[in-house]
Design a protein. Structure first.
Length: 331
């Protein structure tokens, strides 16, 4: 069977209605990694195999999510159960559905619960000629999906969320560009991305229209895979979840040699195919060298002869959004 072929046993029903249409899968809808899969005008290109069995249903509703001034276009996708997805996610829209929004400002927005818990996924790519908005996502649980004006007033606009290994701990950092009625962020961790435990809470700004930075350090990560997500709670009790970030405590095994180093630093990770960027930071966290990414080797040499003597940080960033850091000395 062709590796890009959807497995048999699929029942796909499309029922056109005045307000919305509905698609229902049977017990076996399996999309192989790299396949371009489209339902209505929702486009998936998974980087991990996607399984949509067990009678998932998707409603396509041609109504807008309330907001100020015009929170969303007049189209949203509603799944009966959250779909965990990793890869490129896109929405094709008709200009008549813009609802007063500006195409160049459109961003994907997702909610795990209802219309009061949408989170804007900033950094979307827009193809104005094709009327397509897309974004690479990692571990995103899709409940309700739409396109919003990036400057609209949704409860929380999460601009960035990262997890990185730092010595004997994992540091989480995130940034919001807008908050309305927000209460707190609950940091959750899982060993399998299914069963979650709350580690701690960080108070939120509540009301903010400017960039706000947050961080949290997990000083006791578990051996193996550590998955992290944020539960973003509002004062009225509603909440939404962030994307998932993963840090492998024993998996990627970042090492450098020699340390201290004079001319070059040999960097070793378990799988270079997962690496997207290697960089060197100074002690203050400012990038001083971009080493690129080696994609087919187990070891990569990063020249450091041009650096002044002192303490530095080597950062390796992975495709799943996680990163690792380790310190080294240049003499």
């Amino acid at each position: 069977m062709n590796k890009y072929k959807i497995l048999t046993g699929l029942l796909l029903m499309l029922c056109a209605m005045q307000a919305h249409s509905q698609i229902v899968t049977g017990n076996s809808l399996y999309v192989k990694i790299g396949t371009v899969f489209s339902v209505d005008s929702l486009v998936f290109i998974p980087t991990e195999d996607l399984n949509l069995g067990n009678n998932y249903s998707l409603k396509v509703e041609h109504t807008a999510v309330p907001g100020s001034p015009n929170a969303s276009i007049k189209k949203k996708y509603v799944f009966n159960n959250p779909v965990n997805f990793e890869g490129n996610l896109g929405v094709i829209y008709d200009p008549v559905q813009l609802n007063g929004n500006t195409e160049s400002l459109l961003e994907l927005a997702n909610s795990m619960s209802d219309e009061t818990a949408f989170v804007t996924l900033s950094g979307s790519t827009r193809d104005l000629a094709k009327h397509l908005v897309s974004k690479d996502v990692s571990g995103l649980d899709i409940g309700m999906l739409t396109l919003v004006n990036g400057q609209s007033a949704l409860p929380v606009t999460l601009v960035d969320f990262s997890a990185s290994r730092q010595e004997n701990a994992v540091k989480l950092s995130w940034k919001t560009s807008f908050e309305a009625n927000s209460d707190f962020f609950e940091i959750q961790r899982s060993a399998n991305a299914k069963d979650w435990q709350a580690l701690d809470r960080v108070a939120s700004a509540g009301e903010s229209r400017q960039a706000t930075m947050y961080d949290f350090t997990d000083h006791a990560p578990v051996s193996g895979d550590n998955y992290y997500r944020l539960k973003m709670a509002d004062r009225d009790g509603t909440f939404a979840f962030s994307q998932i970030r993963k840090v492998s405590w024993d998996g990627d095994a970042l090492t450098v040699f020699p340390n201290p180093a004079a001319d070059r630093l040999e960097v070793t990770v378990k799988d270079w195919s997962k690496v997207v960027k290697v960089s060197v930071l100074d002690a203050a966290g400012h990038m001083v060298k971009d080493g690129g990414a080696g994609l087919n080797a187990r070891e990569r040499n990063v020249p450091v002869s041009g650096l002044t003597a002192g303490s530095y940080i080597l950062r390796v960033e992975y495709r799943d959004g996680s990163s690792e850091r380790t310190h080294f000395i240049k003499y």
